[in-house]
Design a protein around this ligand. Structure first.
Ligand code: DLL
Length: 463
C-alpha cells in the first residue's frame, strides 16, 4: 500500500544516465501510472478533508453541491466539485483562502495585477520544500548539472519566478547568480565573467539580452550559456528557434503560476522537447471545455485546471488557470511517466476579437516570425475608431534590412508593409494596420513582455 510519505522516503541522489542527463527523483518521476494514481487519490482525499475543515469558502462550496467526501472513491469523483476561479481569490483577499494561520506561513507571494488588489498566496515550510523539489526536478529535466552556474534573471520579489527558481537551484546544487530583471548590460558582463551554463528568464528578456549583445558587439564565444529555461509568458515554437539561434543555446519551456505554486509546475525535458511534464504527485491536472466546464479526454484542447495535492498554506481545488493547452499521456523518451502538457497556446483572456475575427497574439507572432525581414520585437495596439476595432501591428525590421535600404523612408518600406499585411490576411483572415518600426524602437521588457496595448480599455493591457 502506498502511503503519503512514500515519495519522501526516497533518497534524493541524482542518477546519471549514459547521456549525462539527470532524473532528480527517479522513483517518483518514473512511478508506474497505477501507483501514481493511487498516490494522487490518497493525497486528494486528504487535501479535500483539510480544506473542508479549514477554509470556509470550500466548506460552503462543497456543501452547496452536497458532496460527501467519505464516499470519494476515484480521481474522477473530482468532477463533482465546483471550480475555483481567480475572482474567488480576489473576493477572499488577502488571506481568506489560506488553510493555515499566519504563524505557520513562512512566505507570501502575490501577482502584480493590473487593477485593484493582487492575488495573494502563501507557503508553509513544507510547501517551500515541495517547491524546491519540483524546481530541482525541472532543472534536471532541462539538462542542468549540479556543477553548473545558473544565471537567474527572473524578477525577485512578490513575483514567484526569482525566489522560486533560486531555492530550487540551490537545492539542486547549482551555483546561483541572483541577477533578477533589469540592468541588462551588467547582466551580460556577469554572464561573461561568471561563465553561467544555464539562463533562467522570460523568453522575451532572453531575446533582449541577445539583441543587446549584438549592439555591444559581444563575442558569443565569451558566453558559456548552453541551456535556457524560459517561461512565465506565452511564446511560440518560432520564437524558440529565434532565441536558440540568437544565443546558440537549447531553449526549454517551464510553466507555473503563483496560485498553484510558481515556476516548476511542469517542465519540458531536454530529451523529448515535446510538451512539459507535470509533476503530478504534487499537482493534479485536468483539461476542461472553457464554455461548459466538462472534462475533456487526453489530446483535446481546452483550459488547464489544477488541484494541488500537498500544499498546506494555500491549497487550491480545481483552479481554472485560464491557460489553453492539451494533456498527453504517452510515455516520453526520457522515461518519465508523468503526463505532458502542450506548450501553452494562449491565455483565454488574451483572445482578441478584431472585427469579428477571434485570434490570439501567438497566432500573429507565428506569422511575423515567418518573415525574415522582421524581428521578434512586436506589439499589438488595439483601438476603437468610429465603433470599429482597429488593430495596429508594430513590428521592428531587422538591422540588416535597414542597412540594405539605406534609410527608413525608402519605398521598399511600402512593399514590405503590404507583404506583412497580406500575410496576416492570408494566414489569419485578419485586417491589420502594419507599422514597420526602426530597430530598437518597440519597448523592451525586463520581465513579462507587454504584447498587447488595448487603448479601448487600458485595464485590459497584458501584464
Ligand atoms: O509566471 C510563474 C513562473 C515564473 C512560471 C517563472 C515560469 C517561470 P504568475 O505570475 O502567477 O506565475 O503567472 C502565471 O503566466 O497562468 C500563464 O498564463 C503564464 N505562464 C507561465 N509560464 C508560462 C509558459 C508565473 N511557460 C501565468 N508558457 C500562467 C506560457 C506561461 N505562459
Amino acid at each position: 500500500m502506498i502511503t503519503a510519505s512514500y515519495i519522501f522516503q526516497v533518497v534524493f541522489v541524482p542518477v546519471s544516465t549514459k547521456s549525462e542527463t539527470l532524473i532528480w527523483n527517479r522513483q517518483a518521476e518514473t512511478l508506474p501510472r497505477k501507483e501514481l494514481e493511487a498516490l494522487q487519490l490518497e493525497r486528494l482525499k486528504a487535501v479535500l478533508e483539510r480544506v473542508y475543515a479549514k477554509v470556509p469558502f470550500y466548506k460552503k462550496h462543497f456543501d452547496q453541491v452536497k458532496i460527501n467526501l467519505s464516499t470519494f472513491k476515484s480521481l474522477d469523483d473530482l468532477q463533482c466539485l465546483p471550480f475555483t476561479k481567480k475572482t474567488d481569490l480576489r473576493d477572499n483577499y488577502p488571506f481568506g483562502l489560506f488553510a493555515e494561520p499566519l504563524d505557520k506561513v513562512r512566505r507570501i507571494h502575490a501577482s502584480s495585477g493590473t487593477k485593484g488588489k493582487p492575488t495573494v498566496v502563501g507557503y508553509t515550510d513544507s510547501d517551500l520544500e515541495d517547491w524546491r523539489e519540483v524546481c530541482a526536478r525541472s532543472l534536471a529535466a532541462a539538462g542542468a548539472r549540479p556543477a553548473d552556474v545558473l544565471h537567474n534573471a527572473y524578477g525577485y520579489g512578490l513575483f514567484t519566478g526569482g525566489l522560486g527558481m533560486h531555492y530550487g537551484a540551490e537545492n539542486f546544487g547549482a551555483t546561483v547568480v541572483p541577477a533578477s530583471g533589469g540592468r541588462t548590460q551588467q547582466q551580460i558582463m556577469l554572464l561573461q565573467d561568471f561563465g553561467a551554463r544555464i539562463l533562467c528568464s522570460t523568453p522575451s528578456y532572453a531575446l533582449n539580452m541577445a539583441y543587446m549583445m549584438d549592439d555591444l558587439k559581444i563575442d558569443r564565444e565569451s558566453i558559456k550559456l548552453e541551456i535556457g529555461i524560459f517561461g512565465a509568458e506565452p511564446w511560440t515554437e518560432e520564437l524558440r528557434l529565434q532565441i536558440e539561434k540568437a544565443l546558440s543555446i537549447t531553449a526549454l519551456d517551464i510553466y507555473g503560476l503563483s496560485e498553484v505554486m510558481g515556476p516548476g509546475v511542469s517542465m519540458e525535458c531536454i530529451e523529448g522537447r515535446n510538451g512539459l511534464h507535470i509533476w503530478e504527485d504534487y499537482f493534479l491536472a485536468e483539461i476542461v471545455d472553457p464554455e461548459t466546464g466538462r472534462k475533456l479526454p487526453y489530446g483535446e484542447e481546452g483550459e488547464l485546471v489544477f488541484t494541488t495535492l500537498t500544499k498546506e498554506a494555500f491549497p487550491v481545488i480545481r483552479y481554472r488557470t485560464g491557460d489553453i493547452s492539451r494533456l498527453y499521456n504517452e510515455v516520453c523518451c526520457c522515461g518519465r511517466t508523468m503526463v505532458r502538457m502542450e506548450r501553452i497556446k494562449a491565455r483565454l483572456d488574451d483572445m482578441l476579437i478584431i472585427r469579428g475575427v477571434n485570434l490570439f497574439p501567438s497566432e500573429i507572432e507565428k506569422v511575423l516570425l515567418s518573415l525574415d525581414e522582421l524581428t521578434p520585437h512586436y506589439q499589438l495596439v488595439i483601438d476603437r475608431v468610429r465603433a470599429l476595432d482597429v488593430l495596429e501591428v508594430h513590428v521592428e525590421i531587422t538591422e540588416l534590412l535597414l542597412q540594405g535600404w539605406g534609410s527608413f523612408d525608402h519605398s521598399n518600406h511600402e512593399t514590405l508593409t503590404n507583404k506583412v499585411q497580406n500575410q496576416l490576411k492570408d494566414s489569419l483572415g485578419l485586417t491589420a494596420d502594419v507599422k514597420l518600426m526602426q530597430p530598437r524602437s518597440v519597448p523592451r521588457s525586463e520581465g513579462k513582455a507587454v504584447r498587447v496595448v488595448d487603448r479601448r480599455n487600458p485595464d485590459n493591457t497584458e501584464k
